[in-house]
Write a protein that binds this ligand. Structure first.
Ligand SMILES: NC(=O)c1ccc[n+]([C@@H]2O[C@H](COP(=O)([O-])OP(=O)(O)OC[C@H]3O[C@@H](n4cnc5c(N)ncnc54)[C@H](OP(=O)(O)O)[C@@H]3O)[C@@H](O)[C@H]2O)c1
Length: 325
C-alpha cells in the first residue's frame, strides 16, 4: 500500500543556464528544458525550486526567467497547482531588513508573478550572523504584506533552525521549509538524524537537495567510466565512483528486485527519511522516472540496508561551506 505520509517529489532548476557545472548549452537547451518541465508538471510534480543566483554566470537570473516563461504557457488551472519556491542569495551587499527588497521584486518579475515561497539561500551565521537576522526579518515582511505566502531557509543546521524558529514564532510567523543537501552520499551522515528530528519537532518541511549526488547515485555499479560531462562534475565523479561501489550495489540490488530504476530507489530513500527530494531534471525521461518514484516506497529493511551502505561510504559529496550548525 502507498504510504500517504511520505512527502512527494519536487524538482530543481539549478542546471538551467549553468554552463560550468551542468554544461547548459545556451538557448539550444531551452526547448528540451521546456519539454522536461511540461512532462514533470503533467505527471504531477508540482513543487519547483529555483534561485536568483541560478543561471547567472553574469547574474542574469536565467533559471527564473525560463521558469517564468514555461509557467506562463500553462493553463491557469495547472499553474495554480504549482508551488514555486525561489532562493535569494545573501550576497555581502544585501544588508539590512530591506536588503532583499529589489532582489525579491526582480525574482518575482522574472517568474512573471508566480512566486509562492521565498527562501534564504544560505546561512551567513559563520561570518555575519547579524546579516541573516535582518534579511530574515525582511522575508517576514514580504509574508506579512501578502507578497508571498511561505518563507523558508536553506543550508542551515538544526541549532540555528531552532533559534530562528523561536525568534519568528514570537512574531507569529512559521518557517515552512528547510532545504539542505540530503542524499545517501551527502556529507556528515551522522547529522542526518538531528536535522530530521528538528524538522519533525518544529513542523518544518525538509527539502533534500542534490538527492542523486549530482546523478552519481543513478550510475550502475558496473559502470566505472565517467560519461561525458563538465570538468567539475567529471572530477567529482572520478573521485566518488570507486568508493561508492558498495552503496551503488545495494541501490542496484533493490532496483532490480523492485523493477525500478536506481534513481527511484535513491529518491525514495530521502522520502523514507521524511524529506522531499528536489531532483535536478534534464530530460522528460528523468521527469517520468521521478514521478514513478512517487508510486511506491521502500520497506524498512531496504531503508536500513541503504542507511548502512551509506554510512560505510567514507568519501562524500563536498560540504556546503555556508551550512551553519
Ligand atoms: N539550496 C542549495 O544550496 C542547493 C544546492 C544544490 C542544489 N539545490 C537544488 O536541488 C536541485 C537538485 O539538485 P542537483 O541538481 O544539484 O542534483 P541532483 O538532483 O542530485 O542531480 C541532478 C542530475 O541527476 C541526473 N538525473 C536526474 N534524474 C535522473 C534519473 N531519473 N536517472 C538518472 N539520472 C538522473 C541528471 O544527470 P544528467 O545531467 O547526467 O542527465 C541531473 O543532472 C537543484 O536543481 C536545486 O534546485 C539547492
Amino acid at each position: 500500500m502507498f504510504n500517504r505520509a511520505l512527502p512527494s517529489i519536487g524538482f530543481g532548476t539549478w542546471a538551467w543556464g549553468n554552463k560550468f557545472l551542468w554544461g547548459y548549452n545556451s538557448k539550444n537547451d531551452d526547448a528540451l528544458l521546456e519539454e522536461t518541465f511540461n512532462e514533470a508538471v503533467n505527471r504531477g510534480l508540482n513543487f519547483i525550486d529555483t534561485a536568483d543566483s541560478y543561471g547567472t554566470g553574469q547574474l542574469r537570473g536565467r533559471s527564473e526567467e525560463l521558469l517564468g516563461q514555461f509557467i506562463n504557457k500553462l493553463t491557469p488551472a495547472k499553474s495554480k497547482n504549482l508551488i514555486v519556491a525561489t532562493k535569494l542569495a545573501p550576497y555581502p551587499w544585501r544588508i539590512g531588513r530591506k536588503g532583499f527588497y529589489s532582489a525579491f521584486i526582480a525574482s518575482k518579475e522574472r517568474l512573471q508573478g508566480k512566486l509562492d515561497r521565498v527562501q534564504l539561500h544560505w546561512s551567513t551565521y559563520r561570518y555575519a550572523p547579524w546579516q541573516e537576522v535582518q534579511l530574515m526579518e525582511g522575508l517576514c515582511d514580504f509574508l506579512e504584506s501578502g507578497d508571498v505566502s511561505e518563507i523558508g531557509v536553506s543550508n542551515m543546521g538544526p541549532n540555528r533552525l531552532r533559534w530562528f524558529h523561536n525568534r519568528l514564532s514570537k512574531r507569529g510567523i512559521a518557517l515552512k521549509s528547510l532545504q539542505i543537501q540530503f542524499s545517501l552520499l551527502s556529507p556528515e551522515p551522522h547529522k542526518h538524524l538531528d536535522i530530521c528530528d528538528a524538522c519533525n519537532q518544529l513542523n518544518i518541511e525538509l527539502l533534500a537537495y542534490s538527492p542523486l549526488a549530482f546523478g552519481l547515485l543513478a550510475i550502475p555499479p558496473i559502470e566505472e567510466k565517467v560519461q561525458s560531462t563538465t570538468l567539475i562534475r567529471g572530477n567529482l565523479f572520478r573521485r566518488l565512483l570507486p568508493s561508492s561501489i558498495g552503496l551503488r550495489k545495494e541501490l542496484h540490488k533493490i532496483a532490480v528486485r523492485r523493477g525500478r530504476s536506481q534513481a527511484q530507489v535513491a529518491l525514495n530513500w530521502c522520502r523514507a527519511h521524511k524529506a522531499m527530494p528536489i531532483v535536478g531534471l534534464r530530460n522528460p525521461i528523468q521527469a517520468k522516472d521521478a514521478s514513478d518514484a512517487c508510486k511506491w516506497h521502500l520497506t524498512s529493511n531496504e531503508k536500513e540496508a541503504l542507511d548502512i551502505a551509506s554510512q560505510n561510504c567514507k568519501m562524500r559529496m563536498p560540504n556546503n561551506p555556508f551550512q551553519s550548525i
